[in-house]
Design a protein around this ligand. Structure first.
Ligand SMILES: [Zn+2]
Length: 295
């Protein structure tokens, strides 16, 4: 509350001139400014200053100044793992290997349209400043990321140190890009042995094979990939590659077909519903793992 004491007509005129521009030019101020006159005492009641309408560009400048690294290092928030009971409902785990690459965005867009989650087994050297946004999308949209080696060799041909290096470099690249520590590993070509399993165990990685192979790397035929993926059964892990446009183009059709048959699209960890054992090999809840004979 501010009190201004004025005397005589000159004082009132001066006050009127002082107040008039505000009252006539700013509707918001008219409502918030109370002027009470009592004899020669005029009380001017003011409220909080009226701010100009916010300018989005100014807001960005202010927020950026307050957080200079925003949004680059903004922590990723992944949606929680869903409690889907895949022993009771029909689940399928779609998996995409060898990316991230140019078609990964289209695959993510399609998955988002269907509310579907999947698992991406990424190659370490594909994780670049240009592809990091795909990885961050995967995490923030609820997908799972797995290790697919650094540069895709047949791991049994390497010495133990070489296998460890392939796994470790990729773990570090994905952790640097997303903050995520991967728990899954898919051996390139599905080629594994005791030495590879031992290194996977040391790195905290379960080995994930598949029971439905779309052969999309060989047959660049969208309808064929759709048909093969749509043949998945309950508990299947489906192998695809998001580096091929024909595969990205097949995803809408296979999601439509499988959704029509009542399938839920889950990550590999959701499919198993429990933490997988590092080093152990899995190939779908209904499939047989050729590498270990384990079902
Ligand atoms: Zn591969």
């Amino acid at each position: 509350m501010a009190t201004i004491r004025v005397r005589g007509n000159w004082g009132r005129l001066a006050l009127a001139l002082l107040v008039a521009p505000w009252v006539s030019g700013c509707g918001g101020l008219v409502a918030s400014l109370g002027v009470a006159e009592q004899d020669d005492i005029v009380r001017v009641r003011s409220t909080a200053p009226v701010r100009p309408a916010s300018d989005p560009r100014m807001l960005v400048l202010r927020v950026t100044a307050a957080q200079p690294e925003w949004p680059g290092t903004r922590p990723l928030v992944a949606p929680p793992r869903r409690a889907i009971r895949c022993e009771q409902v029909k689940c399928v785990a779609l998996t995409f290997d060898d990316g991230p690459y140019d078609h990964t965005g289209a695959v993510l867009d399609t998955l988002a349209r269907y509310g579907a989650r999947a698992t991406f087994f990424v190659v370490g050297q594909m994780v670049t400043p240009q592809s990091t946004h795909y990885l961050r999308r995967m995490v923030s949209e609820g997908h799972e990321i797995g290790n697919h080696s650094w540069d895709h060799p047949a791991l049994p041909s390497l010495a133990g140190d070489g296998v460890r290096d392939q796994l470790g470099r990729t773990q570090r690249a994905v952790r640097a890009a997303t903050g995520v520590t991967m728990r899954l590993f898919r051996p390139p070509y599905g080629a594994t042995d005791g030495k590879v399993a031992e290194q996977a165990a040391r790195a905290g990685l379960a080995q994930i094979m598949w029971d439905v192979d779309t052969m999309d790397w060989r047959d660049r035929d969208t309808s064929l990939v759709t048909r093969r993926a749509s043949a998945a059964g309950s508990g299947s892990v489906v192998l695809m590659h998001d580096i091929h446009k024909t595969t990205a183009d097949a995803v809408p059709g296979l999601l439509r077909d499988l959704a029509a048959r009542g399938y839920a699209f889950v990550t590999v960890s959701e499919l198993y519903g429990a933490d997988l054992v590092p080093g152990r090999s899995y190939a779908g809840r209904t499939g047989t793992d050729g590498a270990t004979g384990r079902r």
